[in-house]
Design a protein around this ligand. Structure first.
Ligand code: NOJ
Length: 747
């Protein structure tokens, strides 16, 4: 029987029900489905929540466990009890998390469980190489696995939300946070961003071993003027779309659950109050369905930016722009109720933000079991397992980049009897984890000296001198280091920065080796023994001088728990290095920013006329970096030959032979670059469009093919639309962005 409107009765009934219970329909989110009954649960809660409780749900406070900025509020336990906190930052371990969750679900009025967020940036207890180091492996499976292990360990200790991946593209190594990202290239950055989201979130949260990821820092935080952290970003819309936004979009496409606003302004509007960014681009254009959290006190900082006269207006700007959760600022908690009363914000906007947060709590399973991530047994059995440590060691060796290797200085020959290990980073256990090492314990890290001793056993006499400190002017240790070098028949020099010299608030105007390390290196190398430098750092350094004198240089970043073992595997030839840098190493700081995908200009330097006057160049230094993007050596050599291009319809296949011409097997990261020769707007000289990491046996040749479609050739235009333009293109294949072979094609 039909009712008078013509709708079946059952439909009408569910329609009426829907009206009664609000928008309680099943919903697809990018990280899974919310059932109708879960939606109903959320709507029922919303009905019961006071405005204060809603404001609390949109607020995160730090536990007294640790903070990463100024603490605004230490009353977090009372907030939890009063239903005025939606998430807690920096609480970890089962006991601690459980005790706070208990307050939320047993003592608060509505018993809404908390989220527990932590900066799990490159491992949790098992610390992996810093992200810039991991990126140098170009091993997407390994990067994904590192995040899986990190999520497994973090979730075993109560954490269900990480503030990673950091996907800020960065071309300026003065900025200390380059260590947390994937480097300078957008295309590679997107592949790595997706792998990291997949690793943290898995296929969902059903197994309790995956956690919410957070794409940060939205947006363009990696482009501060002069490389100074937190500084303004002044960028053309075209560059923003072409280079800086795609990595965040890649995270959204990979289903990232949360996004963090950045501290910076972009062209006059701070990200945290930027409606265009947080609502128009993120939600409308990209379809993001998770929630947006601010960076630490970023709402409060709208006052210093000078766009809000007081905290209340700052909260209004942020909420109306599209922020859902206030990290640490207390602005939402204090001011949303008043803003609602004054009609400055709408109840529907507040409810929508609460909904987004509750949805994720449901998807994490916290409403079924708030202690789901607090499992004592897992805490004991899933942390720093042998498998995780073995994997960490492998990732360290994969992240190492051989920058120089004259006359096969490396690997260390088996004939060496006495090996001198010298330098301030050789036995620097505290430094091995680098910055943002989550719950990693420095005392569990393997130093380079440990790793070398482990490797040599009793067969080589390993002697050690520090030589100098990382960063002071004390020269008194250099002489005895030189004496030691003279007695040895091989020297390993461990130089670099301290872990704290990169990361947040760690910008530098001078990227030379700090302190007197260059003097130490010069004196020790002059002793005339075969010498290899191992570098520890979180950013490209300016090492032109060292590059002149050192026979071999291995970039080892900060490798984490297994640093020393993984590096020793490379130094002694058990692993043939295959890493390639993902950020250009400048010759000096005056060259910065120097990056591979630059443009030709109207007056390019002609290679056969390097001293020509009225062209785009420096008088005192070449335009090229010391080591280009994609560069890294192996203990064997690879030859590229026979490049061909075949066009079929709208598909182009580029093929090249790669031959291992040396005497050992090796892995090579074969890179494909494209140049759009004539466009309606200027295009970069090269753009990475593909890579393959291949094991090539000694003496063997492998044919490597890449297939692209016209879509891969598209780029943003002044109307901010992305499309491709038919015409002539160059394809380049090679082992780095400079040494390539090329062929052209028309499409
Ligand atoms: C500030 C940092 O910018 C951000 O990356 C981090 O996640 C938060 N503090 C929380 O620690």
């Amino acid at each position: 029987m039909h009712c008078i409107t013509g709708f079946p009765k059952s439909f009408l009934l569910s329609f009426v029900l829907c009206l009664l219970i609000g928008t309680a329909i099943a919903q697809e989110t990018s990280f899974g489905r919310i059932s109708q009954s879960d939606s109903m649960k959320i709507e029922a809660l919303l009905k019961q929540m006071t405005v204060d409780e809603k404001s609390g749900q949109l607020s995160m406070f730090a536990s007294d466990w640790g903070v990463t900025g100024p603490t605004q509020n230490s009353a977090y336990k009372k907030f939890i009890r009063d239903g005025k906190a939606g998430a807690i930052l920096n609480a970890n371990t089962v006991d601690s998390v459980k005790s706070l969750q208990r307050v939320a679900v047993e003592e608060s009025r509505l018993k809404i469980p908390l989220l527990f967020g932590f900066d799990v940036i490159h491992g949790y207890r098992t610390v992996f190489p810093i992200p810039l180091g991991q990126a140098a492996s170009w091993d997407l499976d390994a990067i994904e696995k590192a995040e899986q292990v990190a999520a497994m360990e973090a979730s075993a200790e109560g954490i269900n939300w990480t503030f990673a991946p950091m996907v800020d593209i960065a071309r300026d190594p003065r900025w200390g946070r380059v260590s947390e990202g994937a480097g300078e290239d957008t295309w590679l950055g997107c592949q790595i961003a997706k792998a990291r989201v997949r690793g943290f979130q898995g296929k969902g949260f059903a197994d309790g071993r995956h956690i919410l990821a957070c794409a940060k820092h939205f947006a363009a935080y990696g482009a501060p003027v002069a490389g100074r952290d937190y500084n303004v970003v002044d960028i053309s819309p075209l560059s923003l779309y072409e280079y800086y936004l795609p990595t965040y979009e890649a995270c959204v496409n990979a289903g990232v659950a949360t996004v963090m606003t950045s501290f910076n302004e972009i062209n006059g509007i701070p990200s945290t109050s930027n409606h265009w960014l947080l609502t128009d681009i993120l939600r409308r254009d990209w379809g993001f369905t998770g929630f947006v959290v601010t960076d630490y006190t970023a709402i409060n900082e709208l006052l210093s930016h000078g766009v809000a006269a007081d905290l209340k207006s700052a909260a209004e700007l942020a909420l109306n722009a599209g922020v859902d959760m206030d990290m640490m600022g207390g602005a939402f908690l204090e001011h949303i109720p008043g803003l609602l009363k004054d009609n400055k914000v709408s109840l529907s906007a507040i409810d929508e933000s609460v909904r987004r947060i509750l949805r994720l709590k449901i998807q994490l399973g916290l409403f079924d079991d708030p202690y789901r991530y607090c499992n004592k047994q897992r805490e004991q059995t899933e942390i720093m397992t042998k498998e995780s440590l073995d994997f960490a060691r492998k990732l360290v060796s994969e992240s190492c980049v051989l920058l120089k290797n004259n006359n096969h200085t490396l690997p260390v020959p088996s004939t060496v009897k006495t090996l001198a290990v010298i330098g301030p980073l050789a036995n620097a256990r505290e430094e091995m984890q680098g910055n943002w090492s989550a719950a990693g314990e420095a005392k569990k890290c393997v130093t380079l000296l440990d790793g070398i001793r482990n490797k040599c056993g009793g067969s080589v006499r390993v002697v050690y001198r520090k030589g100098c400190n990382i960063n002071d002017n004390e020269l008194s240790g250099i002489d005895s280091a030189v004496q030691l070098a003279r007695q040895a028949d091989y020297v390993i020099l461990a130089l670099g920065e301290s872990g704290e010299m990169t990361g947040e608030a760690a910008s530098k105007s001078n990227l030379d080796l700090p302190g007197v390390q260059n003097q130490l290196a010069e004196a020790v190398i002059k002793a005339g023994k075969p010498a290899a430098v191992v570098l520890f750092n979180g950013r490209p350094l300016t090492i032109s001088g060292l590059n002149e004198i050192a026979p071999a240089i291995l970039e080892a970043w900060f490798g984490g728990t297994q640093a020393g073992n993984g590096i020793a595997d490379v130094l002694f030839g058990d692993v043939n290095p295959s890493g390639k840098i993902t950020m250009s190493f400048p010759r000096n700081t005056g060259q910065i920013p120097v990056f591979y995908n630059s443009k030709n200009t109207g007056r390019p330097v002609r290679p056969d006329e390097p001293d020509e006057k009225y062209v785009s160049r420096y008088l005192d230094c070449p335009n090229t970096p010391l080591y280009p993007f994609g560069y890294g050596l192996s203990y064997t050599n690879f030859r590229y030959s026979g490049i061909t291009t075949v066009v079929s319809g709208n598909t182009i296949t580029v093929t090249s032979d790669v031959t291992n011409t040396g005497d050992r097997d090796g892995e090579e990261i074969v890179q494909l670059y494209i140049q759009d020769k004539v466009g309606s707007i200027t295009r970069p000289l090269k753009e990475l469009k593909g890579f393959k990491k291949l094991l090539i046996r000694k003496g063997k040749t492998i044919k490597v093919s890449f297939t692209l479609t016209s879509r891969d050739l598209s780029f943003y235009h002044p109307d901010l639309k992305k499309y491709w333009e038919p015409g002539e293109f160059n394809a380049f294949v090679g082992g780095n962005s400079e040494e390539v072979i090329s062929a052209s094609f028309k499409l």
